[in-house]
Write a protein of this length. Structure first.
Length: 368
């Protein structure tokens, strides 16, 4: 394979984001077509590619090697399994799926078909976290002891006209709710920074201002196998304090010091009580009027990794197993909320659900 011929499924904001990357910034790839959605024809026209209304018709095409699924979480399993049956490689948006059982089916189908499966986890590719990871791996902090992470979206959905009404990506039943969407980011970033797997989770999930409990706030403690403890605070209901970059931050404590990183800007280190700014997001031209340069850098780097993995015949940096591990952490958080206790990982489960105190708890647990 000298060039990867790709199709994008989904014509919403993320479909446009990936179209921009693949069409104008990635190398070794040819974006052939867009499929699905009422905005599909306009998107295809904007990027001068073909629009294919039906997903199955895209999969039938011999001039498409791989598909990028920028679709709702709840259909990822069905679309991935179908793509594998047609021999197409798959790059799927996070969250990988809404439950571990479907993640397993996706992984098994792609292995059986001998096609690549990768899950989009863009925080790994943001410059601030790539550089933080480099400092950790170089031993700057010694052994990591604790991590504190906050991702507070400053009322963005709280102010939305669709807040609490369901039916969209935030819908608690169909698409897993806020904790799945944000938890998929936070838990994957923890695994990336620690290079370790979670062994125990204790979580509390609630909502303040809607009749149905759509998991809009969560406080989670995560224990890892090598003794690291992490605390994650996620919310979509807090008011905007008016301070930029204060609500999305990660602090990493080690034996020798502390690293502080905000999602969009600066990486700082303190040792012996002295703070030093060691990296700051470089200024460069945005990749289009509707796009944040900071965010698109990460999308561009991950799509490039997927392309390179196919051309170089190597595994992608983020595998299906990585995506599954994140979803298992989300399920453990929901289970902890329901039971009021900590939950050990990996989760023992049947096809019907979790096994907890001798009883089967159904999958797709959403407190509410």
């Amino acid at each position: 394979m000298k060039i990867v011929r790709m199709g994008i499924v989904g014509s919403g904001h993320m479909g446009r984001t990936y179209s921009h990357c693949l069409r104008h910034h990635n190398t070794g790839v040819n974006l052939v077509a867009i499929s699905g959605g009422s905005r599909g024809p306009k998107l295809a026209s904007d990027f001068e590619i073909e629009f294919i209304p039906e997903y199955t018709h895209m999969l039938e095409r011999d001039d498409i090697d791989a598909v990028l699924l920028a679709t709702p979480h709840s259909v990822h399993a069905e679309q991935t399994i179908l793509a594998a049956e047609f021999g197409k490689h798959v790059l799927v948006e996070k969250p990988m799926m809404t439950n571990v059982a479907d993640c397993d089916a996706m992984i098994d189908s792609c292995k059986k078909a001998n096609v690549q499966l990768s899950v989009i986890q863009t925080l790994r590719y943001r410059g601030v976290f790539r550089n933080a990871k480099k400092l950790i791996d170089q031993g700057l902090l010694g052994n990591i002891r604790a991590i504190q992470m906050t991702t507070l979206w400053k009322g963005s959905l709280y102010k939305s006209k669709n807040y609490g009404k369901g039916g969209g990506w935030i819908d608690a039943v169909e698409n897993g709710g806020f904790i799945l969407d944000r938890g998929a980011h936070c838990f994957d970033l923890l695994r990336f920074l620690t290079n370790d797997n979670a062994t125990k989770i204790f979580g509390t999930v609630n909502s303040y201002d809607v009749e149905t409990w759509r998991s809009m706030n969560a406080m989670v403690q995560v224990n890892f196998s090598r003794g690291i403890t992490a605390q994650v605070w996620m919310s979509h209901e807090l008011p905007d304090p008016g301070f930029p970059n204060t609500n999305d931050a990660v602090r990493i404590w080690g034996e020798k010091g502390l690293i502080q990183a905000d999602h969009f800007g600066k990486l700082s280190v303190t040792r012996d009580g002295k703070w030093e700014d060691v990296w700051e997001m470089p200024q460069f031209e945005p990749m289009g009027e509707d796009f944040s340069a900071t965010r698109l850098e990460a999308f561009h780097l991950q799509t490039q990794d997927f392309i390179d993995s196919l051309l170089q015949k190597r595994p992608p940096s983020v595998t299906g197993e990585d995506g599954r591990a994140t979803i298992e952490m989300v399920e453990a958080c929901h289970l902890s909320t329901l039971t009021g206790g900590s939950v050990s990982l990996p989760l023992p489960k049947t096809k019907e659900g979790f096994q907890f105190d001798g009883a089967t708890v159904p999958r797709n647990i959403i407190p509410g």
